[in-house]
Design a protein around this ligand. Structure first.
Ligand SMILES: C[S@@+](CC[C@H](N)C(=O)[O-])C[C@H]1O[C@@H](n2cnc3c(N)ncnc32)[C@H](O)[C@@H]1O
Length: 200
């Protein structure tokens, strides 16, 4: 019994450190987490973005952009388009703004501090929407997905990518996405993880 309590305490501390580093990065650990994320996931991020099939003049939203590598890739693919992002970590907003300073200055990228539960955009704004390794740490996935759907245009496509280490299960995921109102929900696999694709 005593051992069980110690084990629970240890795993609670580990979860809280991981959350500070990667889940909703903050303080020094969060800054370090951002640097690690920026160096380790580029291939997976590019793969997930390709599934969105973005055109150069589209409008794209990313929720939970972390250090902003995906924003950088998207902005380079969309010379006449517009990329907006929302992240709930002030640390990540700072890192991503630094990484995308030129595009922000040019007006083709805007990055906001905020939460998926209350996106600062009008209904039917975006052609495409993306979230990578983020939904599994939202406090309510359905509320967040409904809010993403609200700001997407009818017929718009969403990609939710998860690496193997994300902890997100495939089981029940299509049903959760469909419950938020999306259609044509399907999963695509790669060696590094999987991506759920859906349409508003
Ligand atoms: C594991 S990191 C992934 C970062 C980036 N997408 C990547 O793949 O490198 C999760 C990100 O989701 C953000 N996040 C967590 N909860 C959020 C919420 N409710 N709304 C918006 N962003 C959130 C975190 O701040 C963090 O930047």
């Amino acid at each position: 019994m005593h051992d069980d309590r110690q084990e629970q305490k240890r795993s609670g501390i580990a979860d809280s450190l991981l959350m500070q580093m990667f889940g909703r990065p903050k303080s020094l650990l969060g800054r370090l987490g951002g640097f690690i994320l920026a160096r380790t996931k580029r291939d997976f991020i590019s793969w997930a973005i390709d599934l969105l099939d973005v055109r150069p003049d589209e409008t794209v939203l990313e929720v939970g952009f972390g250090p902003g590598v995906s924003i950088e890739i998207l902005a380079a693919m969309m010379p006449t388009g517009y990329v907006a992002g929302v992240d709930a970590s002030q640390e990540m907003v700072e890192q991503a703004r630094a990484r995308n300073a030129k595009a922000i200055e040019a007006g083709s990228v805007q990055l906001h501090y905020g939460s998926v539960e209350a996106l600062p955009f009008a209904d039917d704004t975006f052609d495409k929407a993306l979230a990578i390794n983020s939904m599994q740490v939202w406090s309510d996935a359905i509320v967040g997905l409904r809010e993403m759907r609200r700001v997407m245009k009818v017929g718009g496509r969403m990609a939710l990518g998860f690496t193997r280490q994300s902890g997100q299960s495939r089981t029940g995921l299509p049903e959760t996405i469909a419950a938020a109102g999306f259609t044509e929900v399907h999963l695509v696999e790669t060696e590094q993880g999987f991506c759920a694709i859906a349409t508003k």
